[in-house]
Design a protein around this ligand. Structure first.
Ligand code: ASP
Length: 350
């Protein structure tokens, strides 16, 4: 999902917490979860958000008896090149220097192997590069320009993966960042050029100053009960170059446990990293919790134990188990994911 979050507000509120301002009982969304205990059977795929194009691509693989790993890879690839998705792959929102840097992890439950790339630039399909790290090297993670160089060795082409929408977001973001530099905001430009200010400008100005999150988690169980997952993203918009969120970190933005299930996170990655979010969800499912209960426990730790009850940020856990049960738990107050199983495709929104 994509969500605007005020990072500065978060830090200010966190400072208040240090002074003893907030407690868990005041946190309004902690009971918001959704899931099902009655699966429609296998195979199944879960995709975070309403990205039906990704679940369709994964389902195409699963429905004919395909492998969970191939399915999550197909789903991630569909998202990475989907036009108008500004949170993943081509057209992803750039960092503070205007460069799109992508993060991705892929994990296979059958072999318990994983691969990841962080801050890769100019490559359309970070999921394929992450998979190549897993399948063609003895490593788990390659980052920065080395990830791009590795991708080239694997046959990928370096291209400009920004598009007009992401470039235009960047121009507005940069222009609004400071009143003292030489970049003009649309408001300042309108004044300079004696043009009327667009009416929507004021609200948009505030929203776009804030950082934007967005990611896709693709989790699947195939007909043989094998589980796999992939998390792919352009990460936090306007981030400091080189910043890796949770998405390329195995156990944070994605984890898979053979015979147990898979979990992924979206939202402010810094919070997910601090609780090893996806690993925690999988570990809770291993101990017998449902996907929703396991997501709740991870979010509870994030809010209650790591942030002293303060949660002025957005994070969402999604999870499936090896039986095809699915669930989600959220800090943001909105549940939004898509599943595809023998019953068909269903968008779950609360
Ligand atoms: N978790 C991602 C990150 O922090 C962003 C997101 O999921 O929205 O980079």
């Amino acid at each position: 999902m994509s969500k605007n979050v005020s990072r500065r507000g978060f830090l200010e509120k966190a400072a208040g917490v240090a002074a003893g301002a907030a407690v868990i009982g005041e946190f309004p969304h902690l009971n918001l979860g959704f899931g099902t205990g009655s699966p429609a059977g296998l195979p199944m795929v879960l995709v975070s958000g309403g990205k039906t194009w990704a679940s369709n691509a994964a389902w195409e693989v699963l429905k004919d008896g395909g492998d969970a790993l191939d399915a999550v890879h197909a789903g991630a690839m569909a998202a990475e090149v989907y036009p108008s998705d500004t949170s993943v792959g081509v057209g992803g929102l750039p960092n503070e220097e205007g460069v799109v840097q992508l993060d991705c992890t892929i994990m296979d439950g059958k072999s318990m192997q994983c691969g990841a790339v962080g801050c890769i630039e100019g490559i359309e399909h970070p999921s394929s590069v992450a998979r190549a790290v897993m399948e063609h090297t003895d490593h788990c993670m390659i980052v920065g320009h080395y990830a791009t160089e590795f991708a080239v060795k694997m046959g990928h082409q370096v291209t400009d993966i920004s598009d007009e929408a992401s470039r235009s977001w960047y121009r507005r973001w940069v222009a609004r960042r400071s009143d003292t530099d030489d970049w003009l905001s649309e408001e300042e430009s309108a004044i300079k050029m004696k043009r009327p200010l667009p009416p929507s400008e004021r609200g948009r100005r505030q929203r776009e100053l804030e950082h934007t999150y967005g990611t896709i988690n693709v989790l699947a169980v195939d007909v043989n009960g094998q589980v796999a997952g992939c998390t792919t993203t352009s990460g936090l918009s306007g981030k400091i170059p080189g910043r890796c969120g949770d998405s390329p970190i195995v156990g944070a933005g994605l984890y898979v446990l053979r015979d147990v299930g898979a979990a992924g996170f979206t939202g402010r990655g810094e919070e997910v990293i601090r609780i090893c979010g996806s690993f925690t969800v999988c570990e809770m499912m291993r101990r017998g919790m449902s996907p929703t209960e396991a997501g709740r426990e991870a979010i509870r730790r994030m809010v209650e134990e790591t942030n002293d009850g303060n949660a002025n940020f957005s994070d969402n856990a999604v999870a499936i188990n090896a039986k095809g049960e699915h669930g989600s738990f959220t800090v943001s107050g909105r549940i939004n994911y898509t599943i595809h199983n023998p019953d068909g495709q269903q968008r779950i929104q609360r």
